[in-house]
Design a protein around this ligand. Structure first.
Ligand code: XIL
Length: 471
């Protein structure tokens, strides 16, 4: 039997050739190295894997058994929304929300709070309010709920679904929007004041395709918030997909562009209607997109079994209605085990990170290109460490303009490289990896590019040797 990680490695090495087949055996690692649950596999790259939980289902043993085994981040599917937490104005009811929070924390899981301010699932009294009375009621709601859960929430969806679908790029019309365009930032400020340690997220759907007007509008809001110091730490992508709204092919571009604004990104409500290998492939694409972005800190699916889903007829989840793992489960697990960039969330909630831009930074124009033979330098830096593995990054710097580069990474016995990212590896011998760029590899003098890998160290923590040649 092969573990998912072994299968991935075989693919990584180009299964089929004799060399690859031999190496796949030579590089075999103990089965426990690969995560055998979603949470363990995601943890391999420093990420979480979560699910939405309906409190009413927790006494179903199959449901809570799967949830406890597979997931380490929990979102209350409905129990922390305003209609549940403030059924009458200024009378708060946290019993259902607390039940989920207590189940999660007593099982060692973290909690995403969902959601403080939203046009939908408002209690009747709030739906009937408008103007300054609604604005104060909304801010009071944000303050009271965030205060009740202070210190217990990993990230809050402070504002949910505030932008319109379609091509307008406008805010969604709602009673909250009609209190004034600054309602979103007012909500974020109130949430920060109430729970300074929770990450504060803006959460929405149909913001997956980079060129869509809605995506651009949310991006511009986040950019504006960062530039004016409005407290925002993360952007949630609900990721409810079906054939009308498929996973975009360039999903990673969207996630990366948002992350470059200086926020974490998270997949917050993932479900994909469909079945079989097609569904499995789409799930894989979402996981790979997240794993390719260092600040994509985790993925949450919106329910456990297909029958638990809010769109059960679309069978959009990872377990069938009997609790069996679907093909989509296996593809997600394998994609997580194949690794990616190690997640590097912002350590503080108020990062002064310089903001990036959506478009690639233009290469500075060099009037006199440095002359001489093509040359590059490779520098090794340490990444995350675990008891059995460590990650390393190699940064390639072009000393002159170069048209491509090749880097040699030599590990020290009994170390073995078990996963790589941002490059195309080949393996002339079991301890040497030859890494070439994924694209053409052209760099201008002074430019850098990085690739990474995971080493099973077998007790030997010596740094790998790295070199670079350029053409
Ligand atoms: C859904 C729940 O899954 C359903 O049980 C409920 O009836 C309606 O809301 N976007 C969100 C979630 O942010 O809160 C929604 O959850 C799904 C869409």
């Amino acid at each position: 039997m092969t573990t998912p990680r072994q299968r991935n490695r075989a693919r990584l090495l180009g299964a089929g050739s004799l060399v690859a087949a031999t190496l796949a055996v030579a590089l075999a690692v103990p089965a426990q190295a690969a995560g055998s649950t979603l949470q363990a596999a995601a943890a391999g790259s420093g990420r979480y894997f979560g699910t939405a939980i309906a409190g009413s289902r927790l006494n179903d043993g199959t449901y809570s058994g799967i949830a406890n085994r597979e997931f380490n981040m929990i979102t209350a599917e409905n129990e922390m929304k305003a209609d549940a937490t403030e059924p009458n104005q200024n009378q708060f009811n946290f019993s259902s929300g607390d039940q989920i929070l207590n189940w999660a924390t007593s099982n060692g899981k973290k909690v995403r709070g969902h959601a403080l301010a939203w046009y939908s699932q408002q209690p009747g009294w709030m739906q009937n309010m408008s103007g300054s009375a609604l604005r104060s009621a909304m801010l009071n709601h944000v303050t009271q709920v965030a205060t009740h859960y202070k210190g217990k929430i990993y990230a809050w969806d402070v504002v949910n679904e505030a932008f319109a679908d379609g091509s307008s790029g406008a805010r969604r019309d709602s009673n909250l929007q009609r209190t004034g365009n600054d309602w979103i930032e007012a909500a974020f400020k109130a949430a920060r004041a109430a729970d300074p340690n929770a990450k504060l997220c803006y959460n929405d759907y149909n913001t997956d395709k980079w060129t869509d007007a809605k995506t651009q509008a949310v991006y511009n809001m986040v950019k504006d918030f960062k530039s004016r110091g409005v407290p925002i730490d993360c952007v949630g992508f609900q990721a409810h997909f079906n054939s009308q709204s498929p996973v975009p092919s360039n999903y990673d571009t969207t996630l990366r562009n948002f992350a470059n604004l200086g926020v974490d990104v998270q997949i917050t409500e993932l479900d994909i209607e469909g079945s079989g290998s097609n569904q499995a492939q789409q799930f894989q694409g979402v996981v790979q997109a997240c794993l390719s972005v260092a600040r994509c800190t985790g993925i949450t699916v919106w329910g456990v079994r297909d029958s638990d889903s809010w769109r059960a007829s679309g069978t959009p989840l990872l377990f069938d209605s009997s609790g069996n793992k679907k093909a989509a489960y296996t593809s997600v697990l394998n994609a997580l085990n194949a690794g990616g960039t190690t997640s590097t969330p912002d350590p503080t909630s108020t990062s002064p990170n310089p903001t990036g831009t959506a478009t690639p930074t233009p290469t500075p124009t060099t009037t006199t290109p440095p002359s001489g033979n093509p040359s590059c330098t490779a520098t090794y830096s340490e990444g995350e460490k675990w008891s059995d593995r460590f990650n390393g990054t190699v940064t390639i710097r072009a000393n002159t303009n170069i048209s491509s580069w090749t880097s040699y990474v030599t590990v020290n016995y009994p170390q073995r490289i078990i996963a790589t990212w941002n490059g195309s590896p080949t393996w002339p011998s079991s301890n040497v990896m030859v890494m070439k760029p994924n694209g053409n590899g052209a760099l201008s003098a002074g430019q850098t590019v990085s690739f990474g890998f995971t080493v099973m160290h077998g007790g030997n923590w010596t740094w790998p040797g790295v070199t670079c040649t350029a053409s």
